[in-house]
Design a protein around this ligand. Structure first.
Ligand code: AMP
Length: 133
């Protein structure tokens, strides 16, 4: 079954399109964290960050940076959150790779929900070993 983003790309459902090229499109998120919240979406449906070819991902990041600059210029955004929810366990609702670019303002109280914790004694070193690249 086609993802909602494939339907948007095919023109089957409407969207507010900000940009498009051969690799990706940029639309406004229908439920913005802040007005102007944009999604950079791969034209081809790659479910996750791990599935997308590096060249496409690099290109999408380049476009995300342009969106960031535009939000700063046109909306006077003071910062942005640039995020990928990667697989359902992370909160990804649409299994079609997309980068969120969310305009942010000092004190806007919109920090994307992340409950931060702490490491116990020696745990950071353990995780450091597990994740060492
Ligand atoms: P994620 O949770 O990272 O998969 O994000 C999916 C995003 O797509 C959510 O922020 C939704 O608000 C957004 N979304 C879902 N349907 C539409 C639509 N028809 N047009 C624009 N954005 C949408």
């Amino acid at each position: 079954m086609a993802t909602v983003f494939e339907m948007i790309i095919n023109g089957d459902i409407p969207s507010t399109r900000l940009y498009e090229d051969d690799e990706c499109i940029v639309i406004l998120d229908i439920n913005p964290v802040q007005k102007g919240h944009a999604l950079v979406i791969s034209r081809k449906c790659y479910p996750t960050f791990t599935d997308v070819p590096m060249e496409t991902l690099s290109h999408m990041m380049e476009i995300a940076r342009k969106v960031d600059m535009k939000q700063r210029e046109a909306l006077h955004a003071e910062g942005t959150n640039i995020m990928i929810n990667n697989s359902p366990a992370s909160g990804q609702e649409v299994p079609h790779l997309h980068i969120h670019v969310i305009p942010r303002y000092a004190g806007d109280g919109k920090t994307p929900a992340m409950s931060k914790g702490t490491y116990g004694e020696g745990e950071a070193a353990e995780y450091g070993k597990l994740l060492h690249l």
